[in-house]
Design a protein around this ligand. Structure first.
Ligand SMILES: Cc1cc2nc3c(=O)[nH]c(=O)nc-3n(C[C@H](O)[C@H](O)[C@H](O)COP(=O)(O)O)c2cc1C
Length: 222
């Protein structure tokens, strides 16, 4: 039986109220500059930056503190080529009939198609796996709780950390992603969640002209 152990939370930091308001405003302003980028530069990015961003992602809260995530970081060109080839095969099926008309219409504003050259141009692909369950020391399946919620939060923190570090990112969810298990040697309990493609944006990169919902649209105070 695990025993309860509590420690003093002595690194909590409070700020004077005006400073809290200023910090929250600045953080929002910084995040409002984040955009998904689909054209990257080939410029290399030090591994240490990616490691720190993954450390940040690993601070995410998770159901029963299971931490059901794994970040597989691909910098190897041969593996990136293979990911692109297999992802594009799935995308071709998607764009040439599998996707519903509504879905294709919603994607039009983004200018995406079945070509995914960013997968080989960007220096790093962070492939996030969600661990549906694990095996205990007796080989018995141990259920994980709130896996999607937990991995979603960790992924959000990762994207935020990359942005804050000065990198661009793309949340890429391949139409077919099961190939990633075999290619990256992950076991059956791990489900590909998304690929966070990251690096510097291409020079003069363009992004779709999108509007975000206002505070009153996304929230209600009651
Ligand atoms: C769960 C999820 C899946 C996404 N999948 C893709 C994708 O497969 N391909 C792509 O180009 N963008 C993808 N995106 C990026 C969105 O299109 C993008 O976040 C959205 O258009 C808003 O643009 P912004 O990130 O610049 O604010 C995805 C985003 C999320 C959150």
């Amino acid at each position: 039986m695990p025993t309860k152990k509590f420690i003093k939370y002595d690194n909590y930091q409070e700020y004077p109220l005006p400073e809290m308001i200023e910090r929250s405003r600045k953080f929002y302003e910084e995040l409002s500059r984040r955009r998904t980028v689909r054209q990257f530069s080939k410029r290399s990015v030090p591994r240490e930056i990616i490691e720190n961003c993954i450390r940040a992602a690993g601070t995410a809260p998770s159901g029963a503190h299971i931490q059901p995530w794994k970040f597989i970081v691909v910098g190897n060109s041969k593996i990136k080529n293979e990911i692109q080839a297999q992802a594009e095969a799935g995308e071709w099926e998607f764009y040439s009939g599998k996707a519903t008309q509504n879905w294709v219409r919603d994607l039009e504003q983004l200018g995406t198609d079945d070509r995914k050259s960013f997968l080989t141009v960007a220096p790093w692909l962070i492939v996030i796996f969600a661990q549906k369950y694990c095996l205990d020391s007796n080989g018995v399946r141990k259920k994980h709780y709130y896996v999607n919620e937990s991995v979603g939060i960790a992924s959000g923190i990762l994207i935020t950390a990359l942005h804050r570090a000065g990198l661009a990112a793309l949340t890429y969810t391949p139409s077919k992603s099961n190939f990633l298990n075999k290619l990256l040697g992950r076991s059956e309990n791990e489900r590909p969640f998304m690929i966070v493609v990251t690096g510097f944006p291409a020079v003069d990169v363009k992004v779709p002209d999108l509007t975000r919902k206002s505070l009153s649209e996304i929230s209600e105070f009651i």
